[in-house]
Design a protein around this ligand. Structure first.
Ligand SMILES: Cc1ncc(COP(=O)(O)O)c(C=O)c1O
Length: 388
């Protein structure tokens, strides 16, 4: 079995990609669930903007165009059309904008949120209680969510279901089409937070039947903080007027008409102010890597690495948080530890970048990671726990 895994290889030229990630010469990044490493392509993209700014002084046509191209790259990643994509600064902003477009006095005042959401998502929805929303929670048990628990939570007063695709703590992955079927059967909309899955697995918004989906860029999409993308299903765009808005949400932002509030016919109505331009340059380059390598091939390799993490962790006496079933997991595995922050610091001294979150230390390989990287990280984690 181990021999088979050792002999396994991804369906792409992993060595060629590794040569474009300079940090691999000195460290093993296992923190892709928090921040992916810099690549030569993302660095060059940042430099392109800096050169334009320095050389041209200003080039708004090209810069705003770059934000548009970044939307296109995200659309390609999730099988959407570019007109269904908005660019924002972070996922919190995307969810706030969605919430601002919901009229909680219309007979649907309930928001169903899972306990597996990244805290910011819960915070945005709880803040809507001031506007008449009532939040109810789908429970996490043993680090997982049972899709049947949505049945009790969703009713005919539910306006929207807000569910994460991947659980940030341990990589548990939800069955999105099953949640969509439950939400839509009761007339509710569905928002999916794909921040922990985009870049690790194929995402098809049409096949998944979601109404909204958002992701930031700095994790498995190989980018940076300060930029995120929001998908809004074409059929519902016209019915939404977010009060979290700004001049880039207008039909023609460059009309400069202060007294006229019209709405872009596309998902750009969810854009707000001046787009995050340098971030958009980097984001496009990062997403292009993922699209070029291919989410399907990436998923296949991450299943190998993820299984290696789980089996190897247990063989070293480590405790896996949540499910061990790779068909319901991203590549992220959380190992239960006493002092995750101290372990993160100690592991870095051993050349491994891990990611602490409360009760767990997360190891999250990506498409460029090798089986040797996973084994070395597990050895370092087991040694660190023993030595602390
Ligand atoms: C699943 C998930 N959603 C959202 C966030 C953060 O969202 P924001 O872009 O608002 O910081 C994170 C982590 O940073 C996350 O893991």
């Amino acid at each position: 079995m181990i021999e088979t895994i050792r002999g396994a290889a991804p369906a792409y030229d992993i060595d060629a990609w590794r040569r474009r990630i300079p940090i691999l010469a000195s460290l093993i990044p296992m923190n892709n669930c928090s921040q992916a490493p810099q690549t030569t392509a993302t660095r060059e993209a940042a430099e392109l903007y800096l050169e334009s700014w320095n050389g041209d002084g200003m080039d708004w046509d090209a810069w705003v165009g770059e934000a548009q191209l970044a939307k296109q790259e995200f659309a390609r990643l999730i099988n959407a059309s570019p007109e269904e994509i908005a660019i924002v600064s972070c996922v919190s902003e995307a969810v706030s904008a969605i919430a601002s477009a919901i009229d909680f006095a219309s007979g649907r005042d309930r928001v169903v949120v899972t306990e597996a959401e990244f805290p910011t998502i819960g915070h945005v929805w709880l803040a809507q209680e001031k506007r008449g929303a009532r939040v109810s929670w789908v429970p996490v048990r043993d680090g997982q969510i049972d899709v049947a628990d949505y049945d009790a939570a969703i009713d005919d007063r539910t306006a929207i279901v807000s569910a994460t695709h991947g659980y940030f703590l341990n990589g548990f992955m939800q069955d999105v089409p099953a949640i969509a079927a439950r939400a839509h059967a009761r007339g509710a909309k569905l928002f999916i937070d794909a921040y922990q899955t985009a870049g690790t697995t194929p995402i098809d918004v049409r096949a998944m039947d979601v109404d909204f989906l958002a992701s930031g860029n700095l994790k498995f999409l190989m980018g940076v903080p300060g930029v995120a993308f929001l998908y809004v299903r074409r059929a519902i765009i016209d019915s939404l007027s977010p009060t979290v808005t700004g001049w880039f949400g207008r039909e023609n932002p460059f009309a400069f008409e202060v007294k006229r509030l019209d709405w872009s016919p596309t998902a750009s109505r969810f854009d707000t102010g001046t787009p995050p331009i340098i971030n958009a340059y980097i984001a496009r380059a990062g997403m292009r890597i993922i699209n070029d390598v291919g989410p399907r091939a990436i998923r296949a390799w991450l299943e190998v690495l993820g299984q290696r993490l789980i089996d190897g962790g247990e063989a070293r006496g480590l405790t896996v948080h949540g499910t061990r079933d790779m068909s319901h997991k991203t590549s992220t595995t959380g190992f239960v530890v006493d002092d995750s922050h101290a372990i993160e610091v100690a592991m870095r001294e051993r050349g491994i970048i891990a990611s602490a979150r409360g009760p767990v230390i997360r190891l999250a390989p990506h498409f460029y990671s090798t089986i040797e990287d996973v084994d070395t990280a597990l050895d370092a984690l087991a040694d660190t726990i023993r030595d602390l």
